[in-house]
Design a protein around this ligand. Structure first.
Ligand code: ATP
Length: 366
């Protein structure tokens, strides 16, 4: 990946421009963490980049940024810029292309995200990012209060980086978050969810949750049930427990899963009927809110005599023949009762016993 990236820088420079790898890739490179995409900063405009890379440049352009795909590596190439006006504490609505790397780095959020690498693979550290990586601290580039007021997404990015990298927030960053967190109401729920997802799937999720609480962001983000989260390895499980406002975006499947978890929370998650109906996953999450160990739930689930209708040792055809009936709604009732009897341990899952039970019990419908 690095070799491809350095070649890309060389190619841009051959055309008379300056170009550097910047941000997350260089930060993670120094921390020995794998990155999936690479940001490049350059004084070439997207038009210049298109002319250089032609079909490798994707057609979509955004705010002076263009994507180039080479050998399956995704390069986000952004022109040096100064951000002039921000709208509603978020995206700049006015930018100005500039020719100066340092100026471009100053518009960035945190010092650890300002490190660059040139085409020779040398790391350029113009804003003391290396020291902050060594000290494991998140510091803004310049005044934290201004950075967060300009763009409130940075508040969540600060918590996200502190969580994922297991870094501390500098005192200035903490104070500025406390002073600006009310502006998070202007941030879209899509963006909030994206950042929170990254915190909730982090190896250090517990720490992320305590940071959100310590900074009072749980209230600003409407995550008032954060203290009830005791499972840390399941994203949708965490969201379900949080029981957040409908304004957070979820897919139809996610919503359905969360609905089931809510239904299962007031129930006895070790009861065979509940285990059968809601399954292992939903019961484990619901049980975790009441301190029931996942192992205990798994053991009870594995001990169920059946896990689905297809486990019952009798077919619909056999039931119909035994009762001398044509297909009809009665079959559903029969199955419902068989499942209940099997789960209560009142019936053994063997064809003869099941047939015998059907004939005895359902005589009236014959
Ligand atoms: P990751 O890829 O792990 O999310 P990253 O640092 O690469 O981390 P990106 O969102 O890809 O994050 O952004 C690339 C770079 O752009 C950042 O390193 C930072 O320098 C700058 N940047 C991104 N978002 C902002 C922002 N909201 N405010 C200021 N600078 C930003």
């Amino acid at each position: 990946m690095l070799k491809t990236a350095l070649k890309l820088l060389e190619k841009i420079e051959e055309h008379g421009f300056k170009a550097y790898l910047v941000g997350g890739y260089v930060r993670d490179y120094l921390l020995n963490i794998d990155s999936s995409d690479i940001d490049v900063t350059t004084n070439a405009t997207p038009m210049d980049i298109k002319a250089i890379f032609q079909e490798a440049a994707l057609p979509h352009e955004d705010y002076g940024s263009i994507t180039v795909m080479i050998k399956n590596v995704r390069f986000e190439i952004t022109t040096f810029r100064r951000e002039i006006t921000y709208y509603n504490n978020r995206k700049p609505i006015e930018i100005e292309y500039i020719d100066d790397l340092l100026e471009d780095l100053k518009r960035r959020d945190f010092t650890i995200n300002t490190l660059c690498m040139n085409k020779k693979g040398e790391v350029l550290d113009l804003l003391n990012g290396k020291q902050d990586i060594e000290d494991k601290v998140i510091r803004t580039v310049g005044n934290s209060y201004l950075k967060f007021s300009e763009d409130t997404l940075r508040i969540l990015r600060a918590v996200r980086f502190a969580t994922n990298l297991n870094f501390e927030l500098s005192n200035e960053v903490k104070h500025a978050i406390l002073a600006t967190k009310h502006l998070l109401k202007n941030l879209s729920y899509e963006r909030k969810r994206q950042e929170l997802d990254k915190i909730f799937t982090s190896k250090y999720v517990k720490r992320g949750i305590s940071l959100l609480q310590e900074l009072g962001l749980d209230k600003e983000l409407e995550l008032t049930k954060l203290s009830q989260v005791t499972i840390y390895d399941d994203l949708i499980g965490i969201w379900a427990i949080l029981d957040v406002s409908d304004r957070y975006p979820f897919t139809v499947n996610e919503k359905e899963l969360m609905r089931k978890i809510h239904e299962a929370i007031p129930l006895n998650n070790l009861d065979p009927q509940v285990l059968y109906q809601y399954g292992l996953y939903v019961n484990s999450i619901a049980g975790s809110t009441k301190g029931i160990d996942k192992k205990e739930i798994t053991k009870a689930y594995n001990a169920l005599p059946i896990h689905s209708r297809s486990d019952i040792d009798i077919t619909s055809q056999e039931i119909m023949t035994a009762l001398n009936q044509k297909p009809g709604p009665f079959l559903r009732k029969v199955y419902k009762d068989l499942i209940k009897q099997l789960l209560m341990g009142k019936l053994s899952n063997q064809k003869e016993s099941l047939l015998h039970y059907c004939i005895q019990t359902y005589k009236e419908i014959v």
